[in-house]
Design a protein around this ligand. Structure first.
Ligand code: ADP
Length: 587
């Protein structure tokens, strides 16, 4: 498929048409000086379309810098998605408006092809909460969306994938530290194929030292600068006059700085050592965060090209198992044909790889996947989770016995599945060993009674309930119910509910699953991350997307009301990845 990839910045538009089958760019170019003379985003995009129409792109992929809390994956653009990107402008005041201008012009000019937004932030959005929160007043942070989002996601995901391929390992089995060192620079810790930590935060200013951006800084220093220079001047200083350029006084091109350092220029030497030191600090931190590391991946203009900087960054890390081969490092040359070069000593425990990034290709692939409607193991977003306490479903006959002839259930609270409700009525469960009182009845009435309890409840009652899907009560366990009007002995009907996900046919298509499938669901971002296996998929038009687990399961994953969201991972029958996932978890 030919995909037009558009990267619309504030002063330039970069574009490529990529054939996703071969991964090759058929044409590429750049329109510069937007905002000068009569060159606008619209006129620049018109020029792009003129240059690329001969290649008849089937779809257009747009780089969008900030997807905020909403976008976990590349997304087909419609008016609503545009509004959501607009809503994120305060988080990326320079980038998102430019990205939007490009999207609007291209959609107008090419209304009949699908347009897809590919977000820099999407890869990092599932970071655990310990990594995404800044330790500031939580209410203020939530109100203003102040948290770590992370950027360069497309590049980190792409080079991690290539590294795993090169090492002939399942990415889910690897702990990776990817270092994107270009004009902008960021580090990422990758576990189970996902980002669990990254050095850029709310904005691309945090973290490593960059070409012109400062990286980590005491917030007190920002306040001191702002007091002295004012907000705008400080913004300009930290974004455009800091980093390698600020330290060296020689501009942001590392080649010039390295040349001057070789001549003895002290500020050039200072810039280089401060830069390398910051990257080393992050390597150490991320190895600690993951409890080890299997491979270091260097990419971006500096990571791919500067052997000297790579050596400075990676020296004296033997204690981590990182051992650089001086000659391999010196000679490493990555290209589109040889995108991965291993520069570690044979006996090194950790592989160190130089990888050529290709954000445009990754953008094109994601665009083709989303535009083509193809499914991927990556879910379209987390699945909301509801925790079911023990409860009872009744039929007409059992209602008559327990609450009196002709009695009706009264609504206590509506449940998320349409038409379902928790009733005011409760019963007592009686087993050989004990009783549980105040067990809620759920309405409306059904064809047959069913009692759903947790494993913990079994011990209290002294019963043995089989794990069953709802409605499959034949041959299940007996139980006695007491109501205000009478006692009911059920020969069968007591089950431990099979954890399941309700979804519509549209959800099922988006997740790439079918009714009756069993999947794995990862709970991440809490204090006791957990992957549930054997989760049953139940598809019906009237369902609302929601995973149902019982209280024991919720406790095991440290979930409580209101902090819910699991990522649907894999479909075990076809997926080798699920097996490796279990291996990884067992480590
Ligand atoms: P961007 O983040 O804008 O995509 P790049 O990934 O192209 O930037 O990286 C640009 C940086 O790479 C510049 O600082 C440049 O000096 C540096 N770079 C490119 N080639 C070399 C080289 N041979 N030696 C040292 N630095 C290099």
């Amino acid at each position: 498929m030919n995909v037009l990839v558009i990267n619309c910045g504030s002063s330039s538009v970069k574009y490529q048409v990529i054939d996703t089958k071969t991964g090759r760019a058929l044409v590429k170019g750049k329109v510069e000086r937007i905002g000068e003379g009569d060159t606008t985003h619209a006129s620049a995009v018109a020029k792009v379309l003129e240059d690329t129409q001969a290649f008849e792109p089937a779809t257009v992929g747009h780089r969008v810098v900030h997807g905020g809390e909403r976008f976990y994956d590349a997304t087909l653009i419609d008016d609503e998605v545009i509004q959501a990107i607009e809503a994120n402008i305060p988080l990326a005041p320079l980038h998102n408006p430019a990205n939007l201008a490009g999207i609007r012009s291209a959609r107008e000019a090419l209304p009949s092809v699908p347009h897809v937004a590919v977000f820099d932030t999407a890869f990092h959005l599932r970071m655990p909460r310990r990594a995404k929160h800044y330790a500031i007043d939580l209410e203020v942070a939530d109100r203003l969306g102040i948290r770590r989002y992370g950027f360069h996601g497309t590049s980190h995901a792409y080079v991690a994938g290539l590294a795993a391929e090169h090492l002939e390992r399942d990415i889910a089995d690897l702990r990776l530290i990817t270092l994107h060192l270009g004009n902008g620079a960021s580090a990422c810790a990758i576990e189970l194929g996902g980002s669990i930590e990254t050095s850029m935060g709310l904005t691309p200013l945090e973290g490593l030292v960059m070409g012109t951006r400062c990286g980590d800084l005491d917030p007190g220093a920002v306040l001191a600068l702002a007091r002295e220079l004012g907000i705008d001047e400080t913004d300009d200083l930290l974004n455009r006059r800091s980093g390698l350029a600020g330290l060296s006084g020689l501009g942001n091109d590392l080649r010039d700085i390295e040349a001057q350092a070789a001549e003895g220029n002290d500020r050039a030497r200072l810039a280089i050592t401060v830069y390398a030191h910051a990257v080393r600090r992050y390597i150490g931190a991320y190895a600690a965060v993951m409890g080890g590391v299997d491979a270091i991946v260097l990419t971006g203009g500096i990571g791919e090209n500067s052997a000297q900087m790579r050596r400075r960054i990676l020296q004296r890390l033997d204690f981590l198992g990182i051992r650089l081969d001086e000659d391999l490092n010196h000679d490493a040359k990555v290209s589109a044909d040889t995108p991965v070069v291993d520069i570690s000593e044979e006996r090194a425990l950790v592989r160190t790889l130089v990888v050529a990034t290709n954000e445009e290709l990754m953008t094109a692939r994601q665009t083709a996947r989303v535009a083509g409607g193809g499914t991927d193991v990556q879910s379209p977003g987390p699945v909301p989770i509801a925790i079911s306490g023990r409860h009872v479903h009744l039929d007409r006959a059992s209602m008559d016995v327990l609450f009196g002839a002709g009695s009706e259930l009264t609504v206590y609270r509506n449940l998320s599945q349409p038409g379902q409700f928790a009733a005011r009525e409760t019963v007592t469960l009686v087993g050989p060993r004990g009783r549980i009182e105040n067990v809620r009845v759920l309405g409306p009435l059904r064809k047959a009674p069913q009692v759903e309890i947790s494993r913990t409840d079994e011990f209290k009652l002294g019963v043995d309930a089989p794990v069953r899907a709802s409605g499959k009560t034949q041959g299940s366990a007996p139980i006695t119910l007491e109501g205000p009007a009478g006692t009911l002995h059920l020969k069968e009907g007591l089950i431990c509910a099979w954890r399941h996900i309700h979804m519509t046919p549209e959800d099922a298509e988006a997740y790439g699953v079918e009714n009756g499938d069993q999947v794995e669901v990862a709970i991440t971002g809490g204090d006791r991350d957990l992957t549930f296996g054997d989760v049953l998929i139940r598809v019906k038009d009237s369902y609302v997307l929601e995973m149902h687990i019982d209280t024991d399961e919720a406790n095991a994953a440290e979930l409580s009301k209101g902090n819910t969201g699991g990522d649907l991972l894999y479909q075990p029958p076809e997926s080798a990845a699920s097996a490796s996932l279990s291996r990884k978890r067992a480590r």
